[in-house]
Design a protein around this ligand. Structure first.
Ligand code: AMP
Length: 230
C-alpha cells in the first residue's frame, strides 16, 4: 500500500464527509457476534458492510485464484497471510459504494493489517472514525459456536449445506486462540489513536447493538438511539 501520494488532513473531501456515514471496523473473536452486529450497524447507518470472511468464502466457492490460495488456510482455522488479505482488501476498498462510509467486519485482524489499512485509508483521503471491539468471554464464544454448529448440522451433510468447516470444535478453538494472540497489539494500536470503543457483547443482540450505536453516535456526533422508554 505504499506509493500513492498522502492526502492532506484538511482536504475539502474529508471535511465534506458527514458523520452519519462513518468509516467503522468491528473486531471480535469468532462467535462474538461481530458479523451480526456489523450487519445491524450497516442497516441502521445505511452504510455497506465489507466482511473479509464472506468475501473469502465467496472466492473459495467460485474457485478463483485467490479462493484456491486461501481454501486450506480457512479450513484449518488459521489466518490468511497479511500480504494476501491486505492486497485483496486494498482492491475491495476501491469499490465506489464504499466511498461514503462502511463497516469492516473481520478486518483488520493483525497489527500489520491495521497499519496497512491506515496507509490505504490515507491514500484514499479517508480515516477510520471508530473501531468497535466486542468483548465476550471465551466460554460464551465456544457455547455460541456450538449452537451455530448444531443449527447447521444435518446427518450426512457437508460444508455445502451452509455449515462452516471452520466451526468444527477443534478448529473453532484454534481460531479463538489465534484471535486472542493477534488482537492484543491491534487493540493497543487503536487505543493509542483514541478511536477504540470496547463494547460488552455478552448479553442479548439488541442490548449489544444499542451499545454499538451509542458508541458510534458518541464518536461521530451522529444521532443517538433513544433510550428505552418508561
Ligand atoms: P470470519 O468469517 O471473519 O471469521 O473469517 C473466516 C476466515 O477467513 C478466518 O478464519 C480466516 O481464515 C479468513 N480471514 C477473514 N478475514 C481475515 C483477515 N482479516 N486476516 C486473515 N484471515 C482472514
Amino acid at each position: 500500500m505504499e506509493g500513492a501520494p498522502r492526502a492532506h488532513e484538511s482536504s475539502p473531501d474529508r471535511a465534506r464527509k458527514t458523520p452519519s456515514q462513518p468509516y467503522l471496523a468491528v473486531l471480535g473473536a469468532p462467535g462474538s457476534g461481530k458479523s451480526t452486529q456489523a450487519r445491524i450497524l450497516s442497516e441502521q447507518l445505511q452504510i455497506p458492510r465489507l466482511s473479509t470472511g464472506d468475501r473469502l468464502r465467496a472466492e473459495v466457492a467460485g474457485r478463483s485464484e485467490l479462493g484456491r490460495r486461501v481454501e486450506e488456510t480457512i479450513a484449518r482455522g488459521e489466518l490468511v497471510p497479511d500480504e494476501v488479505i491486505v492486497a485483496a482488501v486494498r482492491h475491495w476498498l476501491r469499490a465506489p459504494d464504499l466511498e461514503g462510509g462502511f463497516v469492516l467486519d473481520g478486518f483488520p485482524r493483525t497489527l500489520g493489517q491495521a497499519v496497512a489499512l491506515d496507509r490505504e485509508m490515507e491514500n484514499l483521503n479517508r480515516s477510520l472514525d471508530l473501531v468497535l471491539h466486542l468483548r465476550v468471554p471465551t466460554d460464551e464464544v465456544l457455547r455460541r459456536l456450538a449452537v451455530r454448529r448444531a443449527e447447521h448440522q444435518t446427518p450426512g451433510e457437508g460444508s455445502a449445506s451452509g455449515r462452516r468447516v471452520d466451526d468444527l470444535p477443534e478448529v473453532a478453538r484454534r481460531r479463538i486462540e489465534a484471535y486472542l494472540q493477534d488482537s492484543a497489539p491491534l487493540l493497543d494500536h487503536y487505543r493509542a489513536r483514541g478511536i477504540l470503543a470496547e463494547i460488552d457483547g455478552a448479553g442479548p443482540v439488541e442490548e449489544t447493538s444499542e451499545r454499538m450505536m451509542a458508541a458510534v453516535a458518541g464518536a461521530t456526533g451522529g444521532p443517538r438511539t433513544p433510550p428505552p422508554c418508561c
